[in-house]
Ligand binder design. Structure first.
Ligand code: SF4
Length: 368
């Protein structure tokens, strides 16, 4: 079955750590953007029947109910095994949440990142733990019980104490799913750029060290596991049977089709992606041109690399074919020697230490 991803890149602020193709764009662009995405959806072909939907971005919880109904009306199916919408804290209302359930959206991912007001504010967010608790209460009142909370380790002003506070609040709110990310230090975000090039605007000087951030992540793994939220992917934790069915498709190389700015797709043999700029996307759509930025056909070698790189993100690992074991004989030996991969249970998986070096492990399969 195919997954559908829809990107809505509009936000009310640009968070310091954000490296997505999102931002603050004129509100007048929204109707045109949604119409362009609906047209892209109507023109698409699907490798198999879609059964999961993920509305990401950006802040798709800003889409009005009538706009959302029109957008989803363009899709070839109306009922979903799982349909998720990402929401920024403070953008949830009872009316909206009830409308989401009526159109089949019964899973909400709240981008909290930190429950500590000072840390959240430094990252560009205005919420408090009490306001997030209210959002969760509203969602439950509307009948939405599949709730994910996103946390981010490595933010400015984050300390062991504030990290513990965020985890405590997360567990108190009893979500069915938690995602824990570590800050990406690259030039795709304001904070990442400042960490590399220097400056004082985004709080780079008060970002915890790499070792501290790693400790936060390891602490989260322990705390969440002991609260019945075991880790099932590098950054993801879930109650039994509450894993994200949509995201599992990415890690299991199942097909997904993405629509909107910077959306990516995979049909089993080809990958393609859309342009990353909203202006460019709207320009192409307006002129009736393709919004696609690239398409690549994957040969057997690339498919095997992708199977390893995406599949090994899962804690349960992968069951490689003997041809893949032969293909990656050298890097596999190096990774076993370093203790970063293990196959003693039959499946090939990252070890606890390998989790911390996953990027190095994945690079081995690309460069071999
Ligand atoms: S982190 Fe989320 S809310 Fe903040 S700018 Fe990025 S997409 Fe928008």
């Amino acid at each position: 079955m195919t997954g559908i991803y829809i990107s809505f890149p509009f936000c009310t602020q640009k968070c310091t750590y954000c490296h997505f193709a999102s931002g603050v764009f004129p509100a007048e662009w929204i109707p045109e953007y949604l119409e362009a995405v609906a047209a892209e959806i109507r023109a698409a072909t699907y490798p198999s029947t879609p059964d999961t939907l993920y509305l990401g971005g950006g802040t798709p919880s800003l889409i009005s109910v009538p706009q959302l109904q029109r957008l989803l009306g363009a899709l070839p199916v109306a009922s979903w095994r799982e349909a998720t919408i990402e929401a920024a804290p403070g953008t949830v209302s009872l009316e909206k949440a009830q409308a989401w359930t009526e159109i089949g959206i019964r899973r909400v991912s709240l981008g909290v990142q930190s429950f500590v007001p000072g840390v959240a504010a430094a990252a560009g967010r205005k919420h408090t733990p009490e306001s997030v608790a209210r959002d969760v209460e509203i969602l439950r009142q509307a009948g939405i019980h599949d709730i994910n909370i996103d946390l981010l380790a490595g933010l400015a002003h984050q300390t062991e104490k504030t990290w513990r506070t965020s985890l405590d609040w997360t567990l108190r709110l009893d979500p069915s799913h938690v995602s824990v990310y570590m800050l990406d230090v690259d030039d795709e975000s304001n904070l990442g750029r400042e960490l590399q090039a220097g400056g004082t605007r985004f709080g780079a000087a008060s970002v915890p060290s790499e070792d501290e951030t790693t400790d936060f992540y390891l602490h989260a793994i322990r705390e969440l596991a002991s609260s019945s939220l075991p880790q099932y992917e590098i950054s993801n934790f879930a109650r039994p049977d509450r894993e994200s069915q949509h995201n599992l498709k990415y890690w299991r190389m199942q097909p997904y089709i993405g629509f909107g700015v910077d959306a990516h797709s995979f049909d089993g043999a080809r990958r393609w992606g859309n342009v990353c700029s909203v202006k460019e996307y709207l320009g192409h759509a307006h002129r009736g041109e393709s919004v696609r930025a690239f398409t690549e056909t994957l040969d057997e070698r690339r498919l095997a690399e992708d199977r390893f790189i995406t599949g090994l993100r899962q804690i349960s690992g992968i069951d490689p074919a003997s041809s893949e074991i032969r293909l990656f004989e050298e890097p596999l030996r190096r990774m076993f020697d370093r203790g970063w991969l293990d196959q003693s249970s039959g499946r090939l998986a990252l070890t606890r230490e390998g989790l911390l070096f996953s990027n190095e492990v994945f690079a081995e399969f690309l460069s071999s």
